[in-house]
Design a protein around this ligand. Sequence first.
Ligand code: TRP
Length: 355
Amino acid sequence: MDRLGGQLGRLCDVVGVDPAAPVELLSGILGEHGSRPLSAPPAWPSGVADDHTPVEFSLAYNETEPPALRILAEVLAPVPGVAENMAATYEFLHRHARRYGLSTTRLDKVRDLFTVDRPQGGFGIWISLVFRAGRRPEFKVYLNPEVAGVENAPELVETALLRLGLDSAYGSMLSRTIRPGELGRLDRLTFFALDLHEGPQARVKLYLSHHDAGPDDVARAAAVVDGVDPAEVADFCSRSGRTARFDGRPLVGSYTIVEGSDHPAGYSIYVPIRDYVDDDQGARGRVLPLLGRYRFDPAVLDRAIAAVSDRRLTGGVGLLAHVSLRLGPPRPGMTVYLSSEAYRVTPPRTLSVPA
Ligand code: TRP
């Protein structure tokens, strides 16, 4: 907790957010594991970050307001396990519902679908918290569509969307998004995400991971969303990844689905930049020009990096974990994901790709 709390407090300073609520929420997420020494192995092999830290930070730039600070986290049960962590997450949300004005109406409609006797995959539910200056934190949940087995994921998602009254575009969208025959193989349903607030802006986001894909594949996936320029998505992947095949960690795309429309309203692409650079210096060197392209202030990123780490950027890889581009409402922009590296720094290496 000391390391994560320190990082979070300093990140709050960078974006002008009062650290009191964020730090308290972080402590609730870690539960009694917050007092574990970092020299002990992780209490649970969380997939949130490469070194199993159950928390990942991100800095979300957008066009209309100052950057927001976010955390992605897995709530850990006292004795962690997939089902146990799920139960602890629901309890955590329940505990904070009133104070933060959370609405679980939509989550309650689908929750049972994701609650199975023998959960598969490494997680059942993750959460994210978004902190913006002067506002209450916003909460989101990420459910695992493959929790009842990879082969059952498409139907599970379809049922969940139906229950939320959002089914109409799903089937045709999916068939145009994935590569033929690859659903459940190279193209995987990764997260089914819900905003925990009411209102016309409340979203469902469906995430697909495209293993061994190229910028052209995600351009095709993005093309199903009106108003999104597929070439822009492909270009973002090429500039951040500098490879024709993302054969390390996969490219991930997400579709934003809002009520009252049978077409997705937005698309985001997430590039796991850490697998395509030698070190974090290289990652920063690619992210800064992208920020410049979208007219975002690079100095904020450098302050955020300094808030989480004082190591040399050439001394490891993965501090900058992902970089993403959000297209369409509610807030187009770019997000840079920052690892805590609480347990481990991945050593730098030399890839046979251009710097
Ligand atoms: N660590 C996981 C991964 O890299 C999950 C994850 C964390 C993730 N942050 C993310 C996935 C941002 C996509 C985008 O896949």
